[in-house]
Each structure stands twice: as C-alpha cells, then as structure tokens.
Design a protein around this ligand. Sequence first.
Ligand code: AMP
Length: 619
Amino acid sequence: MKKTINNNQNGHPIVGIDLGTTNSAVAFINKGRPEIIPSPSGERIIPSVVHINQQGQVEVGKTAQDALIAMPSRTIAAVKRKMGSEEEIILAGQAFLPHEISALILKKLKEFVDARLGEGDKEAVITVPAYFTDKQRRATKQAGELAGFIVERIVNEPTAAAMAYGLFNLDKDKHILVYDLGGGTFDVSVVEIMGGILDVKASTGNSQLGGEDFDWRIAEWMAQKIQAQHGVNPLDDLRAKAILKEEAEQVKKLLSERDTVEISLPVVLFKDKTPIGLSTSIERNFFEEMIEDLLKETMDKVQEVLTQAELTVEEIDEILLVGGSTRIPMVSRLISQFFGKSPRKDVHPDEAVALGAAVQAGIKSGLLSKSGMVVTDVAPFSMGISVLEQWKGISYRPGGFSVIIPKNTTIPVTRSEKYYTVNDGQEAVSIEVYQGEHERVKYNHHLGKFLLEGIPSNSAGAESIEVKFHYNINGILEVSAKCLSNDREMSVLMQDALDRFSEESFLESTTSLENLWKDVKEDVLSAEEEEWKRFQQFLDDAVEDYEAEDVEKNITELKQEVKRLIKRSKHLLEHASSEESAGLQEIIESLNAVEEMEDVEEILEAINNATDALIELET
Ligand code: AMP
C-alpha cells in the first residue's frame, strides 16, 4: 500500500522539501529513487507566493502569483529573504511573521503529500541555504512545524543537491563543486565523495543574492527610461513597481534563450489620467553588463570555497549547477572559463534540491540504507561568544569575538573553551552568543544570551568557566556554561532563547493559520479590489481607445493612399494605349469601390493589387 512505502521507523511517511525563495517542491523515495510529488493538477514545483483572496482564503502557488500585480497588498513573494527576522508582513490587513508565511507554503505542499501518501502525520526534511544563520534555520523549522510537519532535519541546499547526484554516483571518489544560484540566495559548496561517504568540505555564499536582484536591475533600468521620458518614477507606485518587476523577470528569462528581447508595456501607470507605457528592447550583452558585478561576486565565492576546502581548480572533478538562475548562459560561461571544463547538464536545476532532501529523508528512514551513503555536513559560519579583549596592550575592551566552533567544522560537533573571571568578587557572567566571521561581535549575528550565576566570590582570574557549544546536524546550536570550581551549570538551547518561539506563541500562530486556511469570510469587495476593478476598467478602456485611435488613423492614411493611386492612374490614362486604358480603368474602379469602405483589410488588398498592376504598367 502507498502509505507504507516511505515510512520511517516511527511509521510516519517522511518527505524532503525544498522551500525556495521563488519556487518550492516536495519529494519522497519511491522504489529506491527520489521522486517529486506533484500537485493534484500536475505542477512539479509551485511559486512560493501567498495570497489572501477577497473571501479571506489563502491561496498558494500559481494562483497567488497571478494576483501579485492585481492585489499587491494581499500577496507576498520571496518571503524567504526575510526568514528569521521579526519584520511584520501585512497581508490583507493581517500581520504575519515571515516564518508564518512560509508555513502557509509548506501547508500547501503538505496537501500534495497527503493526497499522494494518505492523511496522517508526516515527517519532513527541509532544506535551507548553507549560509542561513542559526536564527533563519530555526525560523524554517518553526515554519515546518506550524504547517503540521514533524521536522526531522534541516539540510543545506547544496548538500541536498550533491546527495541527489551522489546517490547514483557513489562508486567513484571525486570532488564536486555545487554552485547554487536561486531566486534569492547564492550558495557554493565543495563536496567530497569518498568510499560512499559524502563529505561537505566547505561552504560559503550570500543569503541576499539571487535572481530577484537581476530582476530589479532590469526593473530599475526600465523605470529610469520611463522617468526620463515622462518625469515620473514608476517605482514609487506599488502596482507599477509590480508590473515592472514581473516584466523584468520575463525579460530576464527570455534573455537566457535570445540575444534581444522586445519590451512592450502599453500601461505601467497613469499620469494625469494618461496611460504611460514603455516600448523598448534589451540585448543580452547589456543585461550581462548589468549583472556582471553580482556574478563576479559569486565567482569570488567559488574561489573562496576552494581555498577553504584546500583544493585547486584542477582537483574539482564535477561542477553541478543548481537553482533557476543558473539557466543564465553567462553563469555556465564563467564557470567553464574558471574551471576549464563545462558544468554537468544532467542535474535538474529546479528539482535537485527537493530530490536530495528526499534522499536525506530516505537515509533517515532506512529506505536507502542499501545505498550505503553516509553524509556529513559543515558549519557554514563560526560561532562563539563575546569576550573582553586586550586593547592597545594596556587595557581591556568588551565586544571581542572568541570563536568556539570555527567555520567549516564538520557537524555535528561539540567544542568547549575555558574563560576566566575579570573582576575581583565576580559572581556572575553573561554569555552572549554570536555567529559570524568578524573579530568584533557587533559585526556578527547575535544569537542569544544567558547569565551564569553562583560563581564563588574570588579574586579576578581565579575562577574558570567552561563554555560548551553543541552544534547539531540540523545546524541548531546548544550552549552551556559551567563554573569549574563548583560545577554550577547553565544550559540553553538557542531555540528557546527567543520569546517569539515560545510554546504559547507557537500555539497562537498555529490556531490563527489554521483558521485562515479554512476561513471563508463574507464576499465583500475591499477598497483595494474596488480600486483594482476600476483600474482594470480604465486600463481596458485606455487600450481600446488607443487601438480605436490607431485604426482610425490607419484608415485615414489608407484612404489618402487610395486617392493618390486613383490620381496616378488617371494621369497614366492620359497617355495610355487602348490596351493599357482597359487595365487602368479596372484599377480605378477597384480603388473607387473601396473609397467609402471602413474595412482595413479590403482597402489594403485593393491598394496592394493596384500598386502591383501600376508597377507592371509603368515598366
Ligand atoms: P529557484 O529559487 O531555484 O527556484 O530559482 C528561481 C530563480 O531562477 C528566479 O529568480 C527565476 O527568475 C530564475 N530563473 C528561472 N528560469 C530562468 C531562466 N530561464 N533564465 C534566468 N533566470 C531564470
């Protein structure tokens, strides 16, 4: 029976999820192979867009994406870029946190899973960019739980992509570089496959760089053109901004196939009730210049990850391109130039991560135990605490960063360091936890803090405190501090350090999302929908007027041409032979016949025929 094929030891089916900035997908292991679970209507990936419609119902995916321009204040895309932040997102007048919006996307995927594998509890492995901070990982885990999944593991996206590839390529030892450029994030990892072990050697990236940035570069360029021509900045208008952004993405995608793309937007916004549009074209070369600095940044990261992994360019055997933005031809070109060989073409840029997450799920559930694959990952950033540091050799200043787990340490890992009291009679220490690479904590991410009290009163430096960090396989950190002289200990899972994620607020979120999912409110048009309808009507009328004007202008011009042709024929008639006269009479009659007509096609046909006949007579 379907239900048993993907169960782990607890009896729950387990799936792998790629929760992407732009698109999301879910997969499971079926007969020993990872397989995408499509939506009931057959979509293999869905846009990570959430919309609350006028009935108050949540829509996720393509329908939500279609509403992005029509109802921007009811629709949200690319929420992944805000994950882990406390930034409130107002959607249809309701406030959400980014992980709550992500929960709605995951809830949609859960519907596909339930339809395929049956109702009941489901476990999930969810992927995150390798460069996601601890806070962003926790927010992702929370989103999964809010959606009703038991979140079994958080896996790094490039690791997942390597797993999808590695499952069928474990026989040969090799080094793989995974270049993952999606909608909002960039990750690059070096993975070693050796004796069936898939070992991530190093990982780096930028959690704020991706295809969205390329879209904005085009959108800004289009906006500048409009501003130069009409003196208004369309980016100041929410809807015009959405129109430009959507067009920019389409243009960008087309530029992956073609050298030039025509841009024709009849209406972007209105100025004094007059529609303002944009008609221009863009060349691939120009687009490449626009994004060159961003792609160059990704290549710098490629060099950086090689240095961290202590490998040379020649030691990389395969390059996997993952993420929708790797379809931009310049990406393969830069990679080929850098490595002196082409990247592999057989990985699906949109599906590899979800498939890899399913492989991780399969390893966890034992379904892929025969594959013999073992996977290890690394901490993508350094973690440590704030300490007093010696300053100018004479005094101390706070805010120094003492690293306990260095970047790229294989995980899970437990490391500890000893610290000493700095004041006479000091009975407490504040442990402030950070992650990042800067030697001053203020430039790194603050993860949380706690107080260790009960240290015996003693002279400065006489009491020692052991601070222990345990970084688990999900990339989530547990910190403890112990006074070594009396064994007083304080241990904190960073996850619990944030009030936001308390049990109470979790329940609150679950209930409100649950209600939202089911709730069908009264069918009342909001002011925004009213406005949109008016705008649509105005737009339709404007386009109709524009077209009507165009036809009118055309007919007038055509009729002038008819008159010119009649005049020319009559002029020729004055000196024509009798044979030519008959032909010319016929031409004049056919032109006279259309003189009073309003049908563009007929007039055009008469003009064309007459012109051909006159040319023949004249030569
Ligand atoms: P992902 O986050 O991996 O789903 O990637 C989504 C990103 O890939 C979005 O920014 C898309 O606009 C971009 N993308 C998808 N197809 C193409 C294409 N043919 N050319 C350029 N970018 C693309």
